[in-house]
Design a protein around this ligand. Structure first.
Ligand SMILES: [Cu+2]
Length: 187
């Protein structure tokens, strides 16, 4: 059986139908990927406190010191927005120590490094986008401030309850200092 050759208009129509189908599929795939990534980020945030941030082994502690490594905001309201706390990090040794990295345990938390030369940051969660190196030298007896900003709205309505977040500082010897913030989040 011989098929009629397709006219130019017919050809355009077939092409248009194909393109529509492709666009519909692209939209479906994009929505599915969005749902997968969204649920993954929620998973990461609830597991972070137990898995990634289970503490540092005692032989890997930085020589840098902080007076209080834990700060508790107490009860905070989502409607009041971001809260922040500044930790002062001191170099008690007789040699320079360079801060190489600052990472937070969750995307709702950012850290900024403040020194006499200005502010660096934000430094966020490892693996969630690019986090640049800090490259800040602390002189013997000197100090820098690490300002930790927590966004109680970052997780949406699911973010209500007790939260526990960490900031990990890594020095140029690969040794670490951990900071911790806590809060009870209410709507
Ligand atoms: Cu979070």
């Amino acid at each position: 059986m011989r098929r009629e050759p397709l006219s130019f208009e017919g050809f355009l129509l077939v092409k248009l139908i194909y393109m529509k189908q492709i666009i519909v599929w692209l939209v479906i795939v994009t929505i599915l990927l969005g749902i997968i990534f969204w649920s993954r980020s929620i998973n990461i945030s609830t597991q972070s406190a137990t898995n990634i941030w289970s503490g540092i082994s005692s032989d890997n502690l930085s020589d840098l010191v902080v007076k209080n490594s834990l700060y508790d905001f107490g009860s905070i309201k989502m409607s009041d927005g971001d809260v922040d706390h500044t930790f002062t990090i001191v170099n008690p040794t007789d040699h320079d120590i360079k801060v190489d990295w600052l990472y937070t345990s969750c995307m709702c938390t950012n850290a900024f490094l403040e020194s006499s030369s200005g502010e660096k940051g934000p430094f966020g969660m490892e693996g969630m986008g690019y986090v640049p190196p800090v490259n800040e030298i602390i002189k013997p007896g000197g100090s820098v401030d690490v300002r930790v900003v927590y966004d109680p709205n970052a997780h949406g309505p699911a973010g209500v309850g007790t939260i526990d977040r960490f900031v990990m500082l890594t020095d140029d010897q690969g040794r670490q200092l951990q900071l911790e913030i806590r809060a009870i989040v209410t709507p």
